[in-house]
Design a protein around this ligand. Sequence first.
Ligand code: ADP
Ligand code: MG
Length: 392
Amino acid sequence: MADRLDPVLPGSYLGILGGGQLGRMFTHAAQAMGYKVCVLDPDANSPAGAVAEKHIQADYVDHQALKEMAACCSSVSTEFENVPAQALDELEALGVYVAPRSGGVSVAQNRVAEKKFLATWKAEAGIGPAPHFVIEHATDIDHVAADLYPGILKIARMGYDGKGQITVSNKEQLTAAWQEFGQVPCVLEKRMELDFEVSALVVRGHDDEVLAYPVAQNIHKNGILHTTTVPAPSLKADQEVKIIEAAKAIIRRLDYVGVLCVEFFVLKSGEIVANEIAPRPHNSGHYTQNACVTSQFEQQVRAMARLPLGSTKLIQSTVMLNILGDEWLVDGDRSEPKWHIVLKNHSAKLHLYGKAEPRQARKMGHINFVGNNPSEVDVACAEAIKVLRIQR
Ligand code: ADP
Ligand code: MG
């Protein structure tokens, strides 16, 4: 086995668990640097499998498939948040350099562990989680403090894009919601008065170097990310410093190698709370593809290949607009959106994920609008929303 500190040089294979759009954009970034990519994903038509040199079509915990991956790749990462920790451990036991390792990934996979982690390191990070209470047994419901209502009951595992969440105002509603979730472990979180939402994208190299991208401001519609704007228009400079310091403390405490995203809420009171941790490149970091020196996907490649990290410098103002399947389904008839009109704006950069079937709320792509100042990119984004007849 190569020395742990030796880089994995271009020409080699890098492995990625998960074949969704994040894996596809990772694959493109790796290939641009001369790597080959091996994707493990059970779906025959996965977006990343379609562009990688090698696609192992199997379950994430298929021992044979993991062996095959280990034989091909000396370094493996994950794009799929809910990849079983067991798969990462198994690859590591086979001698593969796994970045991030299962310990950090599993904290982010489980809201109970995540809240506990955020609460434990609140003093060091300077920012903690929202007030919350863990519901694992029916009797826990009796011990919920009255001031957690109205709250949001969130399932501990597998929730995303606002799924697996129910707002509850009292004990009866909480009981009903927990039953609706099948009495699985959940976290009840106090509903906070949000002013706006931001996310911090950080990366840590194998040598403990930690870099942060500028903080991004996010707007969600129906629980799904709608736009990301950078620089964050509502964020004060001192708040940005505080958020970046918190995200850096979190990535270090998780002993995490790779790109990580932390979502934060800025409350009406001015207070900041940490919401959740995504153990991978993140939708709110897609702007880095066209607005920063190094994209989040290239950064993931560098971290897992034990190369020096790239500059996170922002070159231009940017707004990222998410493109959902709804854009193909306007007026009930299915048709390709008018990209040729959108692209009349020379600063619009279109990214589509190669998904054949546009379904409502399905992430199909995004557009990065880049420009010299925030108002220019806002106008460009608003025009595209009109052209695409986005109703959200
Ligand atoms: P997901 O995994 O679906 O992204 P989040 O916990 O990030 O789950 O919640 C999705 C969205 O719901 C957040 O971006 C925010 O808009 C809203 N939300 C979540 N928790 C709270 C809260 N405690 N108070 C107010 N709004 C919340
Ligand atoms: Mg979220």
